[in-house]
Write a protein that binds this ligand. Structure first.
Ligand code: NAP
Length: 161
């Protein structure tokens, strides 16, 4: 399993139930990596998606609410239940949010991180610290801000040491 996330300088990932900003190239990158794969997300992230479920992907939503159902979407009520729903060779991306990333850090072997080079002081949701003793950066691709991207950003990949 892999995590995919966009993180600002202060580890922020969201505010008021939404993303911090919209970077079209990051959305494209997210779509390229996750299309055809399985995406797992918390109910808050799922309900924040402008279009749901995400097309051309197996969508699994984590919730403790046993009454929750949604069209063309699978539901897991615990990490253990989720583990029973996925095949060992399946490509699985954990796509958020904060509560879910925190719980899945011990289970993932790769982090696909977009570092956004900006700080938001009003953020309310954060990514856990990436421990340099545990994770190594294996690729790094920097992009300047431009007319479509208000902030500079870096696509980085981390694997376990
Ligand atoms: N920057 C990024 O890349 C990125 C990506 C995704 C999301 N986000 C942002 O993150 C924020 C949302 O994150 P969040 O932490 O508030 O919520 P979240 O992680 O999306 O969802 C939390 C919910 O998931 C369910 N859940 C969590 N762990 C579970 C478990 N072990 N078993 C069963 N259900 C479980 C619970 O739903 P119930 O309460 O229904 O039980 C819980 O309330 C938003 O601002 C969003 O925009 C940012």
């Amino acid at each position: 399993m892999k995590i995919i996330v966009a993180i600002a300088e202060n580890n922020a990932i969201g505010k008021a139930g939404d993303l911090l900003c919209h970077l079209p190239n990051d959305l494209k990158h997210f779509k390229e990596l996750t299309t055809g794969a399985t995406v797992v997300m918390g109910k808050k992230t799922f309900l924040s998606l402008p279009r749901r479920p995400l097309p051309n992907r197996r969508n699994i939503v984590l919730t403790r609410d046993t009454a929750f159902t949604y069209d063309q979407t699978e539901v897991a009520h615990s990490i253990e239940e989720l583990q029973g729903m996925i095949q060992t060779d399946e490509q699985v991306f954990i796509i958020g949010g904060g509560e879910v990333y925190k719980q899945f850090m011990p289970y993932v072997d790769e982090l696909q991180i977009t570092h956004i080079h900006h700080t938001w002081d009003d953020a309310d949701t954060f990514f856990p610290q990436i421990d340099p003793a545990e994770w190594q950066c294996v690729s790094n691709e920097y992009h300047e801000a431009d007319e479509k991207h208000a902030y500079a950003y870096t696509f980085a990949v981390y694997t376990r040491k």
